[in-house]
Design a protein around this ligand. Structure first.
Ligand code: ZN
Ligand code: ZN
Length: 347
């Protein structure tokens, strides 16, 4: 008889999800079985829940979804040597091939053969999850589970902020959802100059202030390009972190960047975006950096150093702690935008 567990399953290729009894996932010789203690909802999970075009193209069903987690190792495969039962762990969700040119040259985060935990592979919105041992991240047992599960999005924020110089530089964060909020904390901890937060949601702009933004700009009410220039002696922001993926915001991000500035692009637009390449990029000497996932594993070591030494505090970003059976409420909240990070506390 196979053991069973309760998991939040993307069962059908249409909007919604269902909490149901499923088999505890089987683990192979190079894999680890983790008892999940906390997980958090990512924007990606909202796409999966709502079942948009990206989800329909990408997601494998039926599967337990969710990819941000922290837990305790329950069992390990025969060949596993880097983790043991009882260890506190999280995981890098991108399962890469390890042998392609990207993987072998320190660019595994853009491995073209990537499979993704909780998206194309079973994930963590259940009592147990299975992950390849080489993807497992050891956590300090003193790190609370609800904070440890946020390391995956924190890694996105860290890579976005640290994709170029940051010390003393003016920074505009465009889109202050959870990753934007984390980016504010990271930029501040790493010694940036003025931090400007841009969003259309007053709730999130308030949170941005709590996380350390010096100036907040509601781009629904004012011209954000102008507001960013005003906050930077007319120069524009030396570093712009584009977290929204919205075409207008992307165009404004390029316009609001200072001469020879850097724009880190994390937000994912749903279709092609038109912008003035000549005026807003080439003649300004801008540097555009595409950000995906976390550098493996440089970003993880950087975020560990920041988190475990208390250089950043993610506690204010968690606005809701719910049990998995309240998933409908959780996804409604995520869609409203009136929340920071929602964490599922597992039994
Ligand atoms: Zn995520
Ligand atoms: Zn590869």
């Amino acid at each position: 008889m196979t053991a069973t567990m309760i998991g939040l399953v993307k069962a059908e290729r249409k909007p919604g999800a269902v909490l149901k009894e499923v088999p505890v996932p089987a683990y192979g010789p190079d894999e680890v079985l983790v008892r999940v203690k906390a997980s958090s909802i990512c924007g990606t999970d909202v796409h999966i829940y709502k079942w948009d075009d990206w989800a329909a193209r990408t997601v494998v069903t039926p599967n337990v979804f969710g990819h941000e987690f922290a837990g305790i190792v329950e069992a390990v495969g025969d060949r596993v040597t880097n983790v043991k039962v009882g260890d506190h762990v999280s995981g890098e969700g991108h399962v890469v091939c390890g042998v392609c040119k990207s993987c072998r040259t320190g660019n595994a985060h853009v491995c073209p053969h990537t499979r993704s935990f909780g998206i194309t592979l079973p994930g963590c919105f259940g009592e147990y999850a299975v992950l390849r041992a080489s993807n497992v991240i050891q956590n300090d047992p003193k790190l609370p589970f609800e904070i440890a599960c946020l390391q995956d999005p924190l890694g996105n924020a860290v890579q976005t902020v640290l994709a170029g110089d940051i010390v003393g530089k003016s920074v505009a964060v465009v889109g202050v959802g959870p990753i934007g909020l984390m980016a504010i904390a990271v930029a501040k901890a790493c010694g940036s100059g003025t931090i400007i937060a841009v969003d259309i949601n007053p709730y999130r702009l308030e949170m941005a202030k709590t996380m350390g933004a010096d100036v907040i700009v509601n781009s629904k009410e004012v011209n954000s390009v102008q507001a960013i220039r005003e906050a930077t002696n007319g120069e524009g922001a030396e570093v712009v972190l584009e977290m929204s993926g919205h075409p207008d915001a992307i165009r404004d991000a390029l316009k609001a960047a200072a001469q020879a500035g850097r724009v880190s692009l994390l937000g994912i637009p749903s279709k092609e975006v038109a912008f003035d390449l000549a005026e807003d990029v080439i003649f300004k000497g801008l540097q555009l950096v595409g950000i995906t996932g976390r550098r493996m594993y440089d970003t993880w070591y950087q975020l560990k150093g920041l988190l475990e030494r208390g250089r950043i505090d993610l506690t204010p970003i968690i606005t809701h702690r719910l049990t998995l059976d309240r998933y409908e409420e959780a996804f409604d909240l995520m869609s409203s935008g009136n929340c920071g990070k929602i964490v599922f506390i597992h039994q």
